[in-house]
Write a new protein. Structure first.
Length: 109
């Protein structure tokens, strides 16, 4: 479960919050002035996030190396063309998902 709490409440209830994260595997979003500023997650989830971040960074570096000799304008044009090519397919998939969600809502009534 993901819950939200203020920094003040977290400070006042740190022990309880740590237990919720450690034993119940809850995640807690910490806010200041109504805006999320941090999250308290269990160590296993944090390690998975860290591993994903490392894989993402590695992939970004490989892509950057692959485009080292490509002028920036040419690279941006290639990315724009690729995005434009898949956009109709993504819109069609979203429309199908929306129709399915609408059908499911009608059945539950």
């Amino acid at each position: 479960m993901i819950t939200e709490t203020t920094a003040v409440t977290l400070r006042q209830n740190l022990g309880d919050m740590l237990n919720r994260v450690q034993y119940r595997r809850d995640s807690i979003v910490i806010t200041k002035d109504g805006k999320p500023v941090a999250a308290l997650v269990d160590a296993a989830l944090f390690e998975r996030i860290r591993a994903m971040q490392n894989r993402f960074d590695t992939l970004c570096n490989r892509i950057a190396k692959g485009y080292d000799n490509v002028p920036q304008a040419e690279g941006i044009a290639e990315i724009d063309a690729a995005a434009a090519a898949v956009r109709p397919e993504m819109k069609a998939e979203a429309a199908v998902a929306k129709r399915k969600a609408g059908t499911a809502r009608q059945r539950s009534r």
